[in-house]
Each structure stands twice: as C-alpha cells, then as structure tokens.
Design a protein around this ligand. Structure first.
Ligand SMILES: Cc1ncc(COP(=O)(O)O)c(C=O)c1O
Length: 391
C-alpha cells in the first residue's frame, strides 16, 4: 500500500510498522500481524483499543454533538471539570487538547501571577532531563538541549536544576521565582521518580517565595501511577497549585486540561486565555465515561503494576544488562547498560511494542486493562532478547 510517506514532514523517526486496527491490548498491522501493545500510543490508549464502553459513547455522542465552541455551554464540560476538580483537589479546570497546550496554559498562569506581584517576578525553575512539550513555552522549560537547540532564543528566565538535588532547587529559587514546574515521575527523561524530600522542598519553596507549583502529569497522571495523580502517591500529599495533564484522559480523543487552585485560577482574567477545540462535547463525554471506568480499574493498576515491577526485578537478578528498574503503577522503565534501540526493533519482530527513551531506558506504558498474563508475555520476550545481547 502506498502510504504517501514522501509528503509527510520528516520530523518523526518512525518504526517500520503500519497499524491497521486495535483490540484490547493488541494492535494489528496492515498484513494482520498481531502486537502486544506495551506503549499504548505513548500513554494515551488507557483502555487499550476499541473498548466497548468508549465505542458506545463515541458513536452516540457523534450523532448528537461533536463540537459547539467555547462560546456556548454543553452538557459535559461542567461535570467533567467538577470531576477533575474533585480528583485533583484543585478548584477550576481549563480544557485544551494536548499536553504541551496544558503546559502553555500553566505557564501563562505562572507569568500572570508573577507579574501581578512584581514586573521582575517571572523566573521559572524546571528540572534537567524534563520534557514538557514542543511549543515554544513548553520547550523553554524542557531540560534537554537536543529538543531546544534549533529553536533558541526561547522564553527567558528559566533555571534548570538536577532531579532530586534539594540544594540546587533551593539555590535556584528566589523572590523572582514565579513558578516551579515538576514531573513527579519524569517520563521521556527516563522514568525518574522525584523523591518525597525533593517534591516537599519544591512545595515549601513555592510557598516561601509566593510562586506557583506546577505538576506536569501529562504522562505520569490520570491513573497510570495507581492513583489519580502521581503527586497523590506520597503521604502527606504534596498538593500543587496547578496540574497539567492530557494523554489518557479521553482514551485517544485529543483532550488536555489544567486544574488550578483559586490563587492560580485568579491569574487568568476573562478573555485572557482560550482555545477553539478544547473541551468539546465528544471529548468531554468520552472522558467522563473513562473516569467512571478508571475508578473500577485503579486497584487492578496497582496490582498488575506491582506484579510487573516485581517481575522486572526478577529479570534484573538474572540479567546483568539491567542496571535498574524504576517507576510506579503502569509507568515503568528498565535502565540498561547498553543502548536499547535495537532491542525495541527486535521486540517488534517478536510481537511486542515498547520504546526506548534516553538511549538506554526501555519504557513500558501498557494500557490500564493489561493483565498479569500479558505482563509475563512481555517480560519473557524482553528477557529472551536481553539474553542474546553480549555485555
Ligand atoms: C510530561 C509531558 N509533558 C508534556 C508532554 C507534551 O504532550 P503532547 O505531546 O500531548 O503535546 C509530554 C509528551 O510526551 C509529556 O510526557
């Protein structure tokens, strides 16, 4: 089949796979070959593929109303905002379409909040190794030179500190800091969880300097860590002022959001922010359905995620190429002592989809419906491929 690849912008390093359809935890290529999907569209297809309840609401809602713009109300945006406010512990919700857009909205809140206090209060503290998206604002706080270098100058006033370096975080923060932005578990940066001490320090510094603490939960949130959000894993919970999220929230229909407390929400005035598509009727209805299912699934995410972690640790004991197993729930990474790119291609040939981030970290983001049996299948394939690699 002619996929007309010559007309597509050459910005993605794609794998040699053309996907035709999906069902449950499996994808099928154009030739009908089956793949166990342990990446779920980089954390998007939370309920796998063709989930019957999601299909039903998409079909029904498509015949009623897909979109009507944010000039009008519809039945689903308000209830979804209420739901997300309850889940997050925050108050007001703004809907957009993607993770990077959610971050842009959060950055506007941070800047507006800072500038209302002092014209020089616009600095943002972010983390080395972080990933927050590809638009100019999100790129400005992304702590990886490879993504930024062709697009500078970016938004000024961003300071990067190493992950879990409490002293550096303290040194970078001052009364000029308007916001501190964190991924509680760095995703693209290699599945790096923040320590409780570091996250608590970020909260304390934000309070001390009247800055807003932003949790980017685009990849690590909305059920994947076994709680609604990754910041809820700790006791006591370190509540951010703003949560940004997207990926799984509408099971593949583009939808993102920011949830903000009253202080952060007050920084956006009438007309100060907006989007054409964000929070449309179809996306919001699908998301409400998903969140109902998520409540039933959270215990399974914790159970299967725990099993997956233990199974990978067992593999580590047998395999010297595995340096570390990291992550929580169904967001797990295996740090190898060798590059992982070829293993990803070999796994694909064996019928398993995963990816490799940061050169040496195998990243697993399976659908929330994954079972122990499927975990066994995936780990068996990875173990077999690792055993063939010379250290
Ligand atoms: C933590 C984080 N923030 C933001 C983004 C950007 O999201 P999107 O690709 O939907 O713009 C990503 C994407 O991987 C992400 O992992």
């Amino acid at each position: 089949m002619d996929l007309e690849r010559q007309h597509v912008l050459q910005n993605y390093a794609r794998y040699p796979l053309a996907v035709a359809r999906g069902k449950g935890c499996y994808l099928y290529d154009l030739e009908g070959n089956r793949y166990l999907d342990f990446l779920s569209g980089i954390g998007v297809n939370a309920l796998g593929h063709a989930h019957p309840r999601i299909l039903r609401v998409i079909r029904e809602q498509a015949g009623l109303l897909i979109h009507c713009s944010n000039l009008y109300y519809h039945q689903f945006q308000g209830p979804l905002a209420k739901r997300l406010a309850e889940m997050s512990g925050l108050e007001r919700v703004f809907f957009c379409n993607t993770g990077t857009e959610a971050i842009e909205g959060a950055l506007k809140m941070v800047h507006s909040h800072g500038r209302a206090i002092h014209p020089e209060k616009y600095e943002i503290v972010s983390l080395e190794n972080s990933f927050h998206g590809r638009t100019m604002g999100a790129l400005s706080i992304t702590g990886q030179a490879k993504y930024r270098q062709d697009f500078e100058p970016l938004v000024p006033g961003v300071k990067f500190v190493p992950v879990n370096d409490v002293a550096a975080l303290e040194a970078a923060s001052s009364e000029r800091t308007a916001g501190i932005v964190l991924e509680m578990i760095q995703g693209e940066g290699g599945i790096n969880p923040l320590t409780q001490e570091f996250a608590a320090k970020a909260r304390a510094l934000a309070d001390q300097h009247n800055a807003l603490l932003v949790a980017d939960e685009t990849q690590c949130g909305v059920g994947r860590p076994g709680t609604y959000f990754a910041y809820q894993r700790s006791t006591p919970v370190i509540l951010p002022d703003i949560v940004a999220a997207a990926k799984p929230i509408a099971c593949g229909i583009p939808l993102g959001f920011i949830a903000a407390n009253a202080k952060a929400a007050a920084s956006i005035k009438l007309g100060g922010h907006g989007t054409t598509f964000g929070g449309g009727a179809l996306a919001c209805r699908v998301s409400l359905e998903f969140l109902d299912i998520l409540d039933e699934l959270l215990p399974a995410i914790q159970r299967v995620g725990g099993y997956f972690h233990v199974t990978l640790k067992e593999l580590q004991r047998k395999c010297p190429l595995i340096q570390e197993v990291r992550g929580f729930g169904l967001m797990l990474g295996v740090e190898l002592t060798v590059p992982g790119k070829q293993l990803v291609l070999d796994a694909m040939a064996e019928g398993l989809l995963l990816n490799c981030t940061h050169d040496t970290v195998l990243r697993f983001l399976p659908p929330y419906i994954v079972t122990e049996k499927e975990v066994d299948q995936a780990v068996k394939i990875v173990g077999k491929l690792l055993s063939k690699i010379k250290a």
